[in-house]
Design a protein around this ligand. Structure first.
Ligand code: BGC
Length: 571
């Protein structure tokens, strides 16, 4: 496979707001490419496919943890924050990845599970065996398991309590996640200092950003529910000032699975900023809800509600990632409806969510895949793709936990899907061989050979998005329509006047979730008499009426992105 990459000057473009215009791609190193035939993906494998990612239009990679780890939680259980897991490579190879990505103007964001460590971490081993020693106070210890009663259990499938008794120290330790992942004690200044130094360690290597895993949970309190407690925000403010001072242009991304107002708190304020970006958890399940209910009202409601955020802050929007499709941010009624539509087999469920990939969730419907991506790429915020979804990869619900959607990337129809030359039995997870998503059918090579494949379609949408800065930088106004299945909004950008091609623009985005064609009238007040042009092909659409209304017809589960020109003429 070869990719003709656009000619760019080596090195990163200077843009403090690069993350707002970026298309991110989450890639699990273990799952992408195995360069040495040991059955596990590695850093050299990822380096060898940077051309592919550049061709696709990816601006930044998000790498889930690749630290030393016993891998009992996909690497989110870290036993040494300054070492690379040997089967993935070395710190020098990671440095090479950063350099080679930067040569392509691609940024690297790495995951940092700062809330906890593996119980194999040396800090924990010392803490449990020497309570009076330097690490004695690194974790949250207690003689009883009845503190913090209002703190919920997250991994409800596996854990019964947030406290586990340690037979060596003969005390209980606190953990938000698995019982092999003790929470660090952020009350201890030495822990906070360690965390800042670990961020420095990787930023010194050129890392462009850090995803702050499980960020609401750093501090516990007896009064609160342990999610976004005031000292947690204080700590993030301090971390942000350190990054701004020592590493300007690098970013912090919040993983906070909460309601919009609570997530927005992780952006901080103009005066006291916290994270540059935060994932938008509430909007994601509502896209899936609308696809099956054929109703746009919940999406309209949540998009209209999204709170104002400081200048410079941006949302991260996504359809799927390495975790289950979490249903924590929907009501019980909607959750049950979604289980019925998307997880009819109990094996498809995990914790409070659904452990399936995008294409199987949408039953491999090309119309739905396009509609879902079109929403993702036009919502305010930066889109985060999950590796393999660009070719509509399938999952394997017979594998445990979230491994169902972490199987090897499918590159070719050859042995092990071109992921590895190892004996198939040696792969860290088997490749998908199901009837519909078998790697012999679903792979990068065959989709490259078909001009109408999902891969080419996704690449095209990415490039259209990138040609219109309004998507990354503009505001959004949700419009009212007379059809319950239609979502419509205008994205508007005034232009900064500082960037080449950074033009002002208004774009009308219209999506129909109906399972049949519809006609809809939309209120586009403010753009009376404006001409409309399709962003993909330039086709001329009906002009907006003088009273601000516009009537359109849309095919089954389809969408338009329309440039709003000036009244009475093309512009
Ligand atoms: C990650 C999960 C992980 C958990 C514990 C998260 O929120 O996304 O994959 O299991 O943190 O670290």
């Amino acid at each position: 496979m070869s990719f003709t990459a656009p000619i760019t000057l080596p090195g990163l473009t200077l843009d403090l707001h690069w993350y707002k215009r970026s298309v991110f791609y989450e890639v699990m190193i273990r799952s992408f490419v195995d360069s040495n035939g040991d059955g596990t993906g590695d850093l050299q494998g990822l380096i060898s496919r940077l051309d592919y990612l550049q061709w696709l239009g990816v601006d930044a990679l998000w790498l889930p943890p690749f630290y030393q780890s016993p891998l009992r939680d996909g690497g989110y259980d870290v036993s040494d924050f300054r070492a690379v897991l040997p089967e993935f490579g070395t710190v020098d190879e990671f440095r090479e990845l950063v350099t080679k990505a930067h040569e392509r103007n691609m940024r690297i964001v790495m995951d940092y599970p700062l809330n906890h460590t593996s119980d194999q971490h040396d800090w924990f081993q010392q803490s449990r065996s020497d309570p009076e020693g330097p690490y004695g106070d690194y974790y949250v210890w207690s003689d009883t398991d009845d503190k913090y009663k209002d703190i919920r259990i997250i991994f409800v499938d596996t854990e019964e309590s947030n406290w586990t008794f340690d037979p060596i120290r003969r005390q209980f330790f606190f953990h938000r996640f698995f019982s092999h992942q003790p929470d660090l004690n952020f009350e201890n200044p030495a822990v906070r200092e360690e965390v800042a130094n670990i961020v420095r360690f990787w930023m010194d290597m050129g890392v462009d950003g850090v995803r702050l895993d499980a960020i609401p949970y750093l501090f516990e309190s007896e009064e609160g529910n342990g999610e976004g407690e005031p000292p947690t925000h204080e700590f993030i403010k301090e971390l942000r000032s350190m990054v701004d001072l020592e590493y300007p242009g690098r970013i912090l991304i919040a993983e906070a699975n909460q309601w919009p107002r609570e997530v927005a708190a992780f952006f901080g304020t103009e005066e006291e900023p916290e994270c540059h970006m935060a994932f938008d958890f509430p909007v994601m399940p509502r896209i899936f809800y609308s696809l099956r209910s054929q109703q746009s009202d919940e999406l309209v409601r949540i998009l209209s509600e999204t709170t104002d955020i400081p200048d410079g802050a941006g949302w991260g929007v996504f359809l799927r990632n390495h975790d289950e499709l979490t249903l924590e941010m929907v009501s019980e009624e909607y959750r049950q409806a979604m289980y019925g539509w998307y997880a009819y087999d109990p094996r498809m469920r995990s914790n409070i969510g659904i452990r399936r990939r995008l294409a199987p969730l949408l039953d491999n419907s090309r119309a739905e895949l396009e509609l879902a991506h079109a929403i993702l790429f036009s919502l305010p915020g930066s889109p985060f793709l999950y590796y393999g979804d660009e070719i509509g990869m399938g999952d394997n619900i017979w594998l445990p936990d979230r491994d169902s959607s972490r199987t090897p990337m499918q590159w070719t129809p050859d042995r092990n899907a071109g992921f590895s030359t190892a004996d198939p039995g040696k792969l860290f997870l088997p490749v998908v061989q199901s009837l519909v998503y078998n790697y012999a059918q679903i792979n990068v090579e065959s989709q490259l050979a078909q001009s109408r494949s999902l891969l080419h379609w996704v690449r095209n949408v990415i490039h259209v998005r990138k040609a219109h800065p309004v998507f990354g930088l503009g505001t959004m106004r949700v419009l009212s329509t007379d059809h319950e299945s239609v979502l419509a909004f205008v994205r508007s950008y005034e232009g900064s006047g500082t960037h080449f091609g950074d033009q002002a623009e208004d774009v009308l985005c219209v999506f129909s979730f109906a399972h049949n064609p519809v006609s809809v009238t939309i209120d586009v007040t403010g753009h009376e008499g404006a001409a409309l042009y399709d962003l993909f092909g330039g086709g001329v659409f009906p002009t907006i009426n003088e009273d601000g209304t516009l009537t359109l017809t849309l095919g089954t589960q389809s969408f338009y992105w329309l440039h709003i020109g000036s009244a009475g003429g093309r512009s």
